[in-house]
Unconditional design. Structure first.
Length: 467
């Protein structure tokens, strides 16, 4: 079947899926799609100059049958003379609450593929998705509810994951196996219509195909147009606002002004972030609610909360940003507290600083450095660095004020309030290191202002990340 190999080769080169020097990790079950992919890539590896390693995961849900799949993949890898990475994971005894077996298995499989590729230097991960898988995925998303993002279906490539067989139908794969007399194994769970994909495949698609013989081509075309539209909008946004979106460990930050020129752009971008980054279904109710809330004049507030989506507005340096999270931004007890011994350094990971203190004579009263401060040494060596607690107060020339009120006056966001470090000496707040989270010098308590002819406590700190 030279025409099939040529078709896949053209698809690979046109989409730049595999290039010279690539180390390809092939995700293989034991089914016909995987065995066709393995054979085709083996046939093309000399022409494209890449290497192959097989990865197989035994889900351990079908007893001896699934273990035999593992042995079969090992035998096929041996036949081709290529390395194999085999794993077994007992999903029956490690089920995660709120996730279907299909979802959990898929997430774990991709997590392991990415981890292995990263640890051992594989440049590409190849999966055996076909055109039929694409059609089934699109139908599932349409029936379950999706937006423009979901209509993209299975992408040809995402990060280092490539899908060389998306150009082939199941019939072409089957014909290729027959022509080359290739063995494969049948997974009995693929016949169980309890699983949605199997129900779509065995019951829904035959009915549709009887009335609309070419519906699959129409769906694939729809998916491609959705993908092209999304990429076009993203490309234009990157040209106009190259840094409007930033990815942080627990949230996605979007510059509000950049997406506010029209209702349609605002809703599109919100849908894009929720779908692509938070991996949540987006319905019009969410988009309408966020768009209406966006007109609120509140500076630091929650714009939307529900359905596993949390959207906040935060102001920084007079600019407003939208923060998209899959969980509440501040969860549980986020207090921190460290003891700072005289003459030693301590890293405050929550605030992103390393801090040190020493005792010195009163020789230089000038506090010129923004990352250092001089306090009166009271003789107490019990120095603590922590964030705010309920009831904390600060004494300045204006009198005693609660830190809660001061933080409101400083216009700190909830996240900043949790991060700003306090120097606490003998259970009294000596200083507030405001410049860790805002462009203001540290505030020093009236009780700890330095005096001439007295020993000083010099505190220095260095930033080691952005907070």
């Amino acid at each position: 079947m030279e025409t099939i190999i040529k078709k896949v080769y053209t698809f690979i080169t046109d989409n730049n899926l595999i290039v010279c020097g690539d180390r390809v990790l092939v995700a293989a079950s034991a089914g016909k799609d995987s065995m066709a992919l393995l054979h085709i890539l083996f046939a093309l590896k000399s022409k494209l100059n890449f290497t192959i390693t097989v990865y197989h995961l035994d889900h351990m849900v079908r007893g001896q049958e699934s273990f035999d799949d593992l042995l079969f993949v090992l035998a096929q890898a041996s036949r081709y003379g290529i390395p194999a990475i085999l794993e077994r994971y007992d999903f029956n005894n490690r089920r995660q609450k709120g996730k279907s077996f299909e979802q959990q298995a898929r997430e774990y499989r991709y997590e392991r593929l990415k981890s292995i590729a990263n640890d051992y230097g594989y440049t590409k991960i190849a999966t055996a998705h076909t055109k039929n898988d694409q059609v089934e995925t699109l139908l599932m998303r349409i029936f379950q509810g999706t937006g423009l993002q979901g209509l993209q279906g299975i992408t040809v490539h995402r990060e280092n994951i490539v899908r060389p067989l998306l150009v082939l139908t199941q019939q072409e794969v089957y014909d290729y196996l027959q022509c080359n007399q290739l063995l494969y194994r049948h997974d009995s769970t693929n016949d169980d219509e309890y699983y949605l994909r199997n129900y779509i495949r065995h019951t829904i698609i035959p009915v549709i195909k009887e009335r609309f013989p070419h519906f699959d081509n129409a769906l694939v075309n729809l998916g491609k147009q959705a993908h092209d539209a999304i990429q076009s909008i993203n490309h234009l946004m990157m040209q106009l606002h190259p840094e409007c979106t930033q990815v942080f460990p627990h949230y996605i930050q979007v510059e509000e002004k950049a997406i506010s020129s029209s209702e349609y752009l605002f809703k599109f971008f919100c849908a894009y972030i929720i779908s692509n980054y938070l991996k949540k279904y987006v319905d019009t109710n969410i988009l309408d609610a966020v768009y209406h809330a966006h007109f609120s004049k509140k500076k630091n507030c929650t714009l939307f909360e529900g359905k596993g989506v949390y959207i906040y507005r935060r102001y920084r340096h007079a600019n407003s940003f939208l923060l998209f999270c899959a969980e509440p931004l501040i969860v549980g007890d986020s207090n921190y507290e460290y003891i700072l011994p005289i003459g030693q350094t301590v890293t405050i990971k929550e605030a992103g600083i390393t801090i040190a203190c020493e005792i010195t004579e009163s020789v230089n009263m000038q506090q010129s450095e923004s990352q250092s401060l001089i306090l009166r040494y009271t003789g107490c060596d019990h120095i603590v660095i922590r964030n705010r607690r309920t009831g904390d107060a600060f004494i300045s020339k204006a009198g005693r004020r609660s830190l809660k009120r001061l933080y409101i006056d400083y216009k700190l966001t909830p996240e900043q309030k949790k991060k700003v470090p306090l120097i606490v000496i003998d259970n009294k707040i000596a200083a507030v290191l405001r410049n860790v989270v805002m462009q203001q010098k540290p505030a020093i308590s009236l009780l700890f202002l330095p005096e001439k002819a007295q020993k000083m406590l010099v505190i220095r700190y260095w930033f080691h990340n952005n907070v």
